[in-house]
Ligand binder design. Sequence first.
Ligand SMILES: *[C@@H]1O[C@H](CO)[C@@H](O)[C@H](O)[C@H]1NC(C)=O
Ligand SMILES: *[C@@H]1O[C@H](CO)[C@@H](O)[C@H](O)[C@H]1NC(C)=O
Ligand SMILES: *[C@@H]1O[C@H](CO)[C@@H](O)[C@H](O)[C@H]1NC(C)=O
Ligand SMILES: *[C@@H]1O[C@H](CO)[C@@H](O)[C@H](O)[C@H]1NC(C)=O
Ligand SMILES: *[C@@H]1O[C@H](CO)[C@@H](O)[C@H](O)[C@H]1NC(C)=O
Ligand SMILES: *[C@@H]1O[C@H](CO)[C@@H](O)[C@H](O)[C@H]1NC(C)=O
Ligand SMILES: *[C@@H]1O[C@H](CO)[C@@H](O)[C@H](O)[C@H]1NC(C)=O
Length: 349
Amino acid sequence: MVGRGSSCRRQLQAALLRLLCLIPTGLPVRSVDMQRTTDNITIRQGDTAIIRCYVDDKVSKVAWLNRSNIIFAGEDKWSLDPRVDLVTKGQLEYSLRIQKVDVYDEGPYTCSIQTQQQPKTTQVYLIVQVPANIYKISPDITINEGSNVTLSCLANGRPEPSITWRLLNPSAEPLDGDEYMEISGIMRSQAGRYECKATNDVSSPDVKYVNVVVNYPPYIKDAQNSETQVGQKGVLQCIASAVPTPEFEWYRDDRRISNGQGVHIQISGFRTFLIVSNVTEDDYGNYTCVATNRLGIHNASLFLYKAVIPTIKYSTRGPGTGKDNNGSACIAQSLWLLLASITCLLFKC
Ligand SMILES: *[C@@H]1O[C@H](CO)[C@@H](O)[C@H](O)[C@H]1NC(C)=O
Ligand SMILES: *[C@@H]1O[C@H](CO)[C@@H](O)[C@H](O)[C@H]1NC(C)=O
Ligand SMILES: *[C@@H]1O[C@H](CO)[C@@H](O)[C@H](O)[C@H]1NC(C)=O
Ligand SMILES: *[C@@H]1O[C@H](CO)[C@@H](O)[C@H](O)[C@H]1NC(C)=O
Ligand SMILES: *[C@@H]1O[C@H](CO)[C@@H](O)[C@H](O)[C@H]1NC(C)=O
Ligand SMILES: *[C@@H]1O[C@H](CO)[C@@H](O)[C@H](O)[C@H]1NC(C)=O
Ligand SMILES: *[C@@H]1O[C@H](CO)[C@@H](O)[C@H](O)[C@H]1NC(C)=O
């Protein structure tokens, strides 16, 4: 019944309205008689739009049109859209309300008024805004240093959002790029968390992130020698930089060292220690630490030296007092004297 009624109505629509002189385009426009204004109404998707139209008691016929479709003719609803109704206030208001506005509602709406003398139309252009929304972003990636990378961040919204990128390092400067951001020959310093921000001022920007891991071969950035006396614990240390985390090996000259016999290899992340628990004369010499990952290998030479400086004993008159110790004793003595003087001053002795 509804279908038949509406098709019937559609057929009648043009003819009927022309008779009523309500379709503005069908009228021989007399600019003097015709009051025509176009305003923009901006509304966010999902909100309720009320398009105002005020009339007076001299009005005989009124109608609302969406482009050239009749939505209401008088109180009679022609539209089948349940979101649409009228807001009236006695004889004076004839406004159109559209609930849950969507993007396809955007366009011109005409309030057509037939007074006794002249037809009048008020046209409003409904602009539907949609907050920026990132609907697709590159997944987190792991790539090798030197590769070319393109990160994508696709967003929609009305108006069209603008896309900006930042690498969330301490400087976090904006990067060149929009939906697609290219990094050619990526460096290890360009690894990190990338932020994509879509902005169109309809509401707060949409923000999403891509984590970029840049693999690079190991580099031993710190190798610490040791000076140890016989019978003491000797510790050699290597610190590497690498992605992924490197594997470590230790060599004595060309021989691989393994745990056991007073030697202990300790590895924690990017750091490795070679611990000789009780150094003998034979342990002095050249060692090599080797860091490996699937991108490469790097090694560094370290030395376990024989300590020429004995450890400082509490007694300054102990045996084997060398030049240095002699000096420290002097400093210690001076310090003691200074401290004594201060104490003396404080307690007025
Ligand atoms: C309505 O919006 C359009 C752009 O969408 C603009 O060109 C026009 O000037 C606006 N009109 C008014 C009355 O604000
Ligand atoms: C306005 O017309 C368009 C197409 O002509 C339609 O998709 C939309 O639903 C209409 N809006 C209302 C509120 O009638
Ligand atoms: C990376 O891009 C540059 C141009 O920007 C090109 O010359 C080079 O061949 C590319 N490298 C790879 C590995 O695709
Ligand atoms: C270190 O080795 C020497 C000789 O082998 C031994 O006399 C000494 O007790 C050892 N010291 C420790 C702390 O194990
Ligand atoms: C230490 O050993 C490494 C590897 O065996 C070698 O390349 C290097 O020349 C040696 N250094 C010295 C000072 O002997
Ligand atoms: C250390 O590196 C050098 C040169 O890269 C290489 O010749 C040597 O064999 C390496 N040493 C070890 C113990 O891997
Ligand atoms: C340091 O010790 C030497 C003896 O080993 C002694 O002759 C000298 O006077 C000392 N110097 C000082 C500053 O104590």
